[in-house]
Ligand binder design. Structure first.
Ligand SMILES: C[S@@+](CC[C@H](N)C(=O)[O-])C[C@H]1O[C@@H](n2cnc3c(N)ncnc32)[C@H](O)[C@@H]1O
Length: 262
């Protein structure tokens, strides 16, 4: 049975992401204890080990990634592989000085990044966290497909869109809905965002995407790095050019965000 390297291959080739994380890691880890939450096939752990971390714990739930982490452990005696669900499993005795948590996805919906960080922060309230923040945006759109069928998608339905040609026609500019600052507790979101339609017509969906601030003041570019988005259908509504509308967003991190026009 072939092992699926899947999305790890794309992440290994995500040059800007890797360069930014490597720079952030290089300046913080020398001689420190590091937790790499969601280590994958180990790029962040490798950056920490080669930057002189005293000890690196790589937590990964996916067994397909384990052979890669075990090879890293054979090469670096300062590396410990933890095949574990980082939200539930016992944590090592050694508390971290630095936590790298690259469990990123649009609006952090794919992996329990906020939960994992909250748990580790209880153990090490002053640990340095990489990345620093996430910026989460919404945009009114009209969803489109090119199948030539009169398909109506049920409001509340969601689709991930990853590096595809535009699955939407933009109706408003994107707007910031919330910021998750990983350096402190990240609470649930209840935000109302005012959006101004650029055109008159039908809106049937909201495009949700995020910017990753790897260290304070450095945002990863979206073009050329992971470009994942979520498309969330809402009740179809006619909007008028220039007439502002209010979009409500409620979100407990990790569950599907709820969005609707008020
Ligand atoms: C976005 S990938 C990043 C992988 C790696 N850090 C990198 O930079 O290439 C997120 C990783 O988190 C892992 N993961 C998700 N949930 C986890 C959990 N609860 N405990 C441990 N690892 C988890 C996934 O299996 C995946 O490998």
């Amino acid at each position: 049975m072939p092992v699926d390297l899947g999305f790890h291959w794309s992440m290994l080739n995500d040059y800007d992401r890797n360069a930014a994380y490597r720079a952030a890691i290089r300046r913080t880890v020398p001689d420190r204890v590091v937790y790499d939450l969601g280590a994958g096939v180990g790029p962040m752990s490798y950056y920490a080990l080669t930057a002189g971390a005293r000890r690196v714990y790589g937590f990964e739930i996916d067994r397909d990634a384990l052979p890669y982490l075990r090879r890293l452990a054979a090469e670096f005696s300062a590396f410990t592989v933890c095949h574990a669900d980082v939200v539930r499993a016992a944590l090592p005795r050694d508390a971290p000085d630095v936590v790298i948590c690259e469990m990123w996805s649009a609006w952090l919906t794919d992996w329990p990044m906020v939960k994992a960080l909250a748990r580790v922060r209880k153990r090490a309230p002053h640990a340095h966290i990489i990345p620093a923040r996430g910026h989460h945006l919404v945009q009114l759109v009209r969803a489109r497909h090119r199948a030539g069928v009169p398909l109506r998608v049920t409001p509340g339905t969601e689709a991930p869109v990853i590096n595809e040609s535009p699955a939407t026609l933009d109706v408003s500019l994107p707007a910031l809905a919330c910021v998750s600052d990983f350096r402190s507790e990240v609470g649930p979101v209840d935000a109302t965002v005012t959006l101004t339609p650029l055109v008159t017509g039908l809106v049937d969906a909201v495009r949700l995407f995020s910017y990753e601030e790897v260290w304070p003041g450095y945002l990863l570019p979206r073009a050329g790095t992971r470009g994942d988005e979520l498309l969330r259908w809402i009740t179809p509504t006619r909007v008028r050019e220039g007439r502002r509308v209010r979009l409500r967003v409620q979100y407990a991190w990790g569950k599907a965000p709820l969005v609707w026009l008020e």
